[in-house]
Design a protein around this ligand. Structure first.
Ligand SMILES: [Mg+2]
Length: 313
């Protein structure tokens, strides 16, 4: 059984949704109509030994738990507003340090902490739930159309390079390590993509190879992506090569970049490039043929996949 079997088995047991639920479980966030407004809701958990190890300070873990939730709100085109956060560790000091990281991130992303719970736990664990507000129709995973361009914000592979640096004890690679421990969700870009009419959007958490598949499957389309076009920074490339890893493959599969991937018309991509102050890179296109194809030097690259949440450690 893998993560998707668990989600499927649980989804089959869900009761009929009440009328306020506009988009149920299955996207980056669920969408709710509350009063006159549209809201998004999501939750995400980080567990010691699975998502991080001793190299992460408890403050970083708390901070990241909020940041990854903010990223899911960004992926709908929403503005993050409120969080609930629960966590625990073997000792109260570690729990406090983790929750201080949660509060630091709340300040950084202008979200208000509504509450939560703390407990003693066998290993540091933190779970954050978030509510965000929409001022435009949400951008779902299911709207990609053949002919759309696929574009990503920022850069790929820095987070996995930072993770490897942490695991190898190469903490001097400060920029990469920070990319892994304190990701920067793309809230403004997500809002602009919603306002300008991007067709589909997802945040890159599991890795491009997996995340683009979620978009294609829910949209009933396929895509062609050129690994040669992936935006990989010089220091990422250099470090990955120095530890004998393939930069393009890791940028496509490493995960946790928390950049946004959009499927949009050329005009919308151009408008986003013109108005947003961050790099945006076209990496491929959506195809009618329902197949996800990765190319390198024009040749197909087989068997690319990202993070499986239930695979062995
Ligand atoms: Mg997501």
């Amino acid at each position: 059984m893998n993560e998707f079997d668990v989600i499927r088995l649980l989804s089959e047991r869900l009761p009929t949704s009440p009328p306020e639920v506009v988009v149920p479980v299955g996207d980056d966030c669920a969408v709710l109509r509350l009063g006159d407004g549209l809201w998004v809701a999501a939750a995400d958990m980080l567990v010691f030994g699975r998502h991080f190890k001793e190299w992460a300070a408890p403050e970083d873990v708390g901070y990241k738990a909020v940041a990854v939730n903010v990223s899911d709100v960004a992926a709908m085109g929403g503005v993050p507003r409120f969080v609930l956060s629960s966590g625990g560790a073997t000792d109260p000091e570690t729990t406090l340090r983790c929750m201080n990281g949660v509060l630091q991130a709340c300040e950084e992303f202008a979200v208000y902490p509504l509450g939560g719970d703390t407990t003693r736990a066998p290993a540091l664990t933190v779970d954050v739930s978030i509510l965000g507000q929409l001022s435009h129709a949400p951008v779902l995973r299911s709207g990609a159309r053949p002919g759309d361009l696929l574009a990503v914000t920022g850069e790929l592979g820095a987070s996995v390079a930072g993770l490897l640096a942490l695991e190898n004890g190469d903490a001097r690679l400060e920029r990469l390590v920070k990319k892994h421990l304190r990701p920067e969700p793309r809230v403004e870009f997500g809002g602009a993509a919603a306002r300008l009419g991007a067709h589909a959007m997802i945040d890159l958490s599991d890795g491009l190879a997996s995340d683009v598949r979620y978009v294609c499957e829910s949209s009933g389309v396929g895509c062609r992506i050129s690994l040669d076009l992936l935006p990989i920074a010089g220091d990422t490339r250099e470090y990955l090569r120095s530890v004998s890893r393939d930069p393009e493959i890791l940028a496509a599969t490493g995960g946790e970049d928390y950049e946004l991937l959009i499927a949009a018309s050329e005009e919308v991509v151009e408008a986003l490039v013109a108005e947003s102050g961050i790099p945006i890179t076209v990496i491929g296109e959506v195809t009618e043929q329902k197949e996800v194809v990765f190319l390198r030097g024009g040749e197909p690259v087989e068997n690319l996949s990202g993070w499986d949440h239930f695979s062995g450690a």
